[in-house]
Design a protein around this ligand. Structure first.
Ligand SMILES: [Zn+2]
Length: 278
């Protein structure tokens, strides 16, 4: 467990508005439909993409989520310790998909202004290790408190992924502007401090990344919550979160589910298209 984490005191140092969203698929995970959608089919398994996004500005970029820790996936012993589940494992393409996606998008780690993580499940935290020293890594305070209280592998959490960021960790509490045109939204329920992200692009288009508050389009269409960490009130909070996200859709606002294998930006990213959504 780490010492106390400093608050984020100012928005990240990029000049707004953001000009593009760059969707990345950085791995896959087999998942029962019932894990993604409350009341879904437990006999139907999906191979869900593990996703991340770069928000591009004229003078830098911000990384949202980071995928699996590929060093752990590739090390037989550590893989056995961490991915020791019968029905859940990491499926990772050759190479390091986060590094490869960033390079394919033409982005440089030298201009990364910050990184924000939706929540500490290990399919979101594994690439924090690639964030250069001195670049803030932002999470909700309640998520860090859950991590500090002992969340671990039985919770699908690899604490060292996060704590290794050390002094670069920054906490926020609730809805917060983390960069120009980029707002963290409190969508806790899936985990105690889960957050989603709203990106207001220069074009007027608004992309809301649900992350794991809505794995699939189906969560939004049928207003059914995701699976939750079993803490008090989590199911109700997750249901509120998915309904709030579903209500945001329409007009210039689109809501991207975090793990939908058939959702168009992830389909394009999985094909290796360096999609640039303006
Ligand atoms: Zn999750």
């Amino acid at each position: 467990m780490a010492a106390s984490v400093a608050p984020l005191t100012a928005p990240l140092a990029v000049t707004g508005p953001p000009v593009a969203v760059r969707p990345f698929v950085v791995g896959y995970e087999p998942m029962r439909e019932s894990m993604s959608v409350d009341g879904g089919d437990p006999g139907k398994h999906l191979l869900e993409p593990v996703t991340a996004v770069a928000v591009e500005y004229a003078d830098g970029w911000v990384l949202l989520d980071t995928g699996f820790n590929v060093a752990v996936v590739r090390d037989p012993e550590r893989r056995r310790e961490v991915f020791n589940y019968d029905s859940y494992t990491a499926v990772v393409p050759l190479g390091d998909p986060l590094l490869d996606s960033v390079a394919a998008a033409g982005l440089s780690w030298e201009t990364l202004a910050g990184c924000a993580i939706s929540h500490v499940h290990l399919d979101h935290t594994g690439g924090i290790r690639h964030v250069p020293d001195g670049v803030p890594v932002i999470l909700q305070r309640r998520e860090l408190e859950w991590l500090a209280s002992g969340a671990g592998i039985r919770d699908v959490v690899l604490p060292s992924d996060v704590w290794d960021a050390g002094d670069d960790l920054r906490e926020i509490a609730g809805e917060t502007a983390i960069a120009p045109g980029l707002t963290a939204l409190d969508t806790h329920g899936h985990t105690p401090g889960h957050q989603s992200f709203r990106i207001e692009l220069a074009s007027g288009r608004v992309v809301v990344l649900a992350c794991d508050a809505a794995d699939l389009v189906d969560n939004l269409d049928t207003r059914r919550r995701c699976s939750v960490v079993p803490v008090e009130g989590a199911a109700e909070a997750a249901q509120e979160a998915v309904e709030r996200l579903a209500d945001m859709r329409g007009g210039d606002v689109e809501v991207w589910p975090g793990h939908d294998p058939e959702f168009w930006p992830w389909v394009a990213a999985a094909r290796g298209e360096a999609l640039r959504v303006e």
